[in-house]
Ligand binder design. Structure first.
Ligand SMILES: [Zn+2]
Length: 459
């Protein structure tokens, strides 16, 4: 069905992220049939007719943001229950996730999407958290968001309550999942293989899943970290480093997206760069979780070797927000501090990871990630008529260092306006908030996973 055509008219700045990284002042964008058809100076496009014209004089326009690792599902109803000092809540996370009902997961997913879109994220990778994709499809469809989904599989005993299957069954389930879901919602839904990690999956399973995605021209993602202890352990078991182990299985390449990737050494960086394997890094989760980015983070070295990196928020109990502008901010400042070197991760690089490079990391670079004719029309209009945007001399620095998702005024996905003047119309937010609070109460009561609510007396 043809979408209404749109003209984003006379924007203060359009940050295109095109090949030359042009920032066009006083710019207009023409959107036809869900795609960007023209980008240029407002005067050049003034006579182009459109069904709807958005007066963008006070807006800075960017491509929609891509969140490369975001566990939707369990976390919103119990966001913030884990005390700061809890090193890893994973044991509880998977028990809470396992306890979700279909209706609960749908409501939590819908809230997650409201938060994502209202903060400018148009596309997210759910690394296999969703148990009821048939129910959640309604939320993806109604909201208009882009989603990358898959079924989390393992075939080894994990220390947590993860779904576990016999190897052949895990392969069959993944293939059937991709065949059922890949390309739905006019291509807004992408289905991948999602083995949890190399520690919870056999080498045979990882190898077979890579064949499944190669045959279907789609992607595989898994959690992957390294570090001194992991290297010692892998050396003893496999005679190589963790990333070299993945290479020995053939589980590397442009259609493999490794998540987190902390603790890798030079040899592992070489494997990732040489095989053009993609990476998602979650800077806020790393910082909040005390993961030691100064010691374990290698984002600058990966970028220097041309590795495509997406930014991720991880789950709403890790980050805890879903605001990619704040994630960009952390990416840009974290390494300056860690290396005591202000040349690390310029604001422009942070924005590239949230848009163009992030889309490329997900294998979606042909479709989204920049504002260029031919790309799908995924756009964010930031309202500069707010204190944090003053004064405006350099829109990229203002965005990454001053602003956050609060100034997201309008969001367009695939040519459809999904957030319009700060409002979305696919969910009844006040009812949804009340329902998600109730779900959180019920989940804690059913699982017995409760923690003292506050260090301070709540009277
Ligand atoms: Zn994860």
């Amino acid at each position: 069905m043809a979408r209404e055509s749109l003209r984003i008219d006379n924007a203060r700045y359009v940050i295109t992220l095109d090949q030359e990284r042009r920032i066009v002042r006083d710019a207009s964008i023409l959107v036809e049939d869900g795609r960007i058809s023209r980008v240029g100076k407002a005067g050049e496009l003034a006579s182009s007719p459109a069904d709807r014209v958005i007066d963008a004089r006070r807006f800075v326009v960017t491509p929609g943001f891509v969140n490369g690792h975001m566990h939707i599902s369990y976390a919103h109803p119990v966001r913030g229950i884990f005390p700061d000092e809890m090193a890893s809540p994973l044991e509880h996370v998977f028990n809470l996730q396992a306890a979700m009902t279909e209706e609960e997961e749908y409501a939590a997913t819908l809230l997650g999407i409201v938060e994502l879109l209202k903060n400018g994220t148009v596309c997210f990778v759910d690394p296999g958290s969703t148990k009821f994709p048939d129910a959640c499809l309604q939320a993806y469809e109604d909201s208009g968001v882009r989603v990358v989904m898959g079924e989390c599989v393992t075939d080894r005993q994990a220390p947590w309550n993860l779904p576990k299957h016999e190897t052949g069954e895990a392969v069959r389930r993944t293939a059937a999942f991709i065949d059922k879901w890949h390309g739905r919602l006019d291509g807004r839904l992408t289905a991948w293989a999602m083995p949890f990690s190399p520690e919870t999956c056999s080498g045979e399973l990882l190898r077979e899943l890579k064949k499944v995605v190669d045959e279907r021209r789609t992607t595989l993602t898994l959690h992957h970290n390294s570090g001194v202890h992991a290297r010692k352990d892998y050396q003893a078991r496999h005679g190589c480093r963790p990333t070299e182990y993945l290479e020995s299985l053939g589980v590397v390449g442009p259609n493999v997206l490794l998540a987190h990737v902390l603790g890798i050494d030079e040899a592992e960086i070489d494997v990732i760069a040489r095989t053009r394997t993609a990476v998602t890094m979650c800077p806020i989760t790393a910082a909040k979780g005390g993961r030691g980015v100064p010691e374990h983070g290698r984002m600058p070295e990966l970028l220097a070797k041309g590795v495509k990196i997406a930014l991720g928020s991880d789950s709403p109990n890790n980050c805890n927000h879903l605001d990619l502008v704040r994630v960009m901010n952390m990416a840009a400042i974290q390494y300056k501090d860690a290396r005591q070197d202000t040349r690390q991760i310029p604001a422009e690089t942070a924005l590239e990871m949230a848009t163009r490079s992030g889309a490329e990391a997900l294998g979606l670079g042909e479709q989204i990630g920049s504002i260029e004719p031919g790309k799908r029309a995924d756009l964010v209009l930031f309202d500069t008529d707010r204190p944090e945007w003053q004064a405006l001399w350099n829109p990229v620095r203002n965005l990454v260092y001053n602003a956050d998702g609060r100034s997201v005024h309008t969001v367009i996905v695939d040519g459809r306006v999904v957030v319009d003047a700060y409002r979305q119309s696919f969910a009844d937010e006040s009812r949804l908030y009340a329902r998600v609070q109730e779900i959180g109460e019920g989940l804690q009561a059913r699982t017995g996973i409760r923690f003292p609510g506050s260090r301070w007396p709540v009277v």
